[in-house]
Design a protein around this ligand. Structure first.
Ligand code: SF4
Ligand code: SF4
Length: 82
């Protein structure tokens, strides 16, 4: 089973907060304007290519059971932020 089969980005939303997405004028560590409070994209059908191209990896599997806040903490460690 591939990572993609195990992970549902719609139940995560970390990328929509963590990364700098210039197409959306979204700075890093800031929620995208389209990110709903339920962690889902409110404009999913129209999301830009950069969002469509996000591919879950093993880190996504490791953090999948954590709270959103703890996922962000782990991502910061992985990417050497703070
Ligand atoms: S961190 Fe991984 S699972 Fe979460 S939205 Fe990004 S690619 Fe998807
Ligand atoms: S457009 Fe949607 S999928 Fe893309 S970063 Fe914003 S909330 Fe996430």
């Amino acid at each position: 089973m591939s990572v993609k089969d195990k992970i549902d980005c719609l139940k995560c939303g970390v990328c929509c907060y963590f990364f700098d997405i210039s197409t959306l004028k979204k700075p890093a560590l800031s929620p995208c304007k389209h990110l709903g409070e339920d962690g889902k994209c409110k404009d999913y059908e129209n999301r830009p290519a950069v969002c469509r191209d996000f591919q879950p990896d093993e880190i996504c599997v490791l953090i999948s059971t954590l709270s959103f806040e703890d996922k962000i903490k782990v991502m910061k460690k992985v990417y050497g932020i703070e």
